[in-house]
Design a binder for this molecule. Sequence first.
Ligand code: NAD
Length: 292
Amino acid sequence: MLVLDGKIASAAVKASLLEQTTALKAAGKRTPHLAAILVGTNGASETYVASKVKNCEETGFGSSLYRFEDTVSEAALLAQIEVLNQDTNVDGILVQLPLPKHIDDAKVIEAIDPKKDVDGFHPANVGRLVQGLNTFIPATPYGVMLMLAHFNIETKGKRAVVIGRSNIVGRPMSILLSAEHPQGNCTVTCCHRYTPKEDLIDLCSKADIIVVAVGIPDFVDASMIKPGAVIIDVGITRVIDPTAAKGFRIKGDVNYASAITVASAVTPVPGGVGLMTIAGLLKNTMKAYQGL
Ligand code: NAD
């Protein structure tokens, strides 16, 4: 059983980016710069943004963090995005989701210059993704593709099941796995909350690759997995645990202990796809710097 270790795969991506930024600095040039916008004090969002900023620094990128109270008006947020759109020293703009209910996520995403949209959520970039054109691939599915590439997982002609159809994970993931791409060319079935459980079990038990992004701990276990299948666990749920130092533990959507008894390769949580998401974001920021 192969552990698809995000620490190893993301370190390889980051090392290559660090080489590029070191060469840029040696040539007296500026390096890629990521601007992150964080609204409110959601614990998980704070952790994600802090980690993204820290990884930028480790990779020789510039970064800046713009913090707003959760009472910020939509107009103020849009105005900040416009300032960053115009700033020629900013290559990538990231707005950490979710946003407070009074702010329209779609409006905010569409306000970002598509050439700086390193999360790949702008409809113009999603359209390019669907058509197989050069674009920013949303960071988490991109991270999964980088993980598959790093560990030489064969995907061509395989049956893949993607569980979840969100705009940020499941939907782009299912498009990428079915695309003409070295980590694509799968026959993909995309399941969601209205997929009857018996269909889901049947489809999963025939799948060579399962990518699960539902946010329900232990949603997939050995009973649904075909022997030798590759299991990619995107889920991240904070489960209260008074014995843990932070008062909670991070759980994936896969029962890891059970899955490793039948699968040929599994991503751990934590230490799997989460780290690859950051690698995907950094690669997108370098791409924005180089010009999409
Ligand atoms: P979401 O809530 O937007 O989407 C969940 C999806 O699961 C929906 O499409 C829904 O139809 C599907 N679903 C729900 N119940 C189901 C069921 N019983 N059977 C089949 N499908 C079902 O969530 P999201 O933003 O896509 O995130 C999913 C999970 O991935 C969450 O745990 C989130 O925290 C995690 N996540 C991790 C990363 C990472 O970097 N590892 C990045 C983004 C999201």
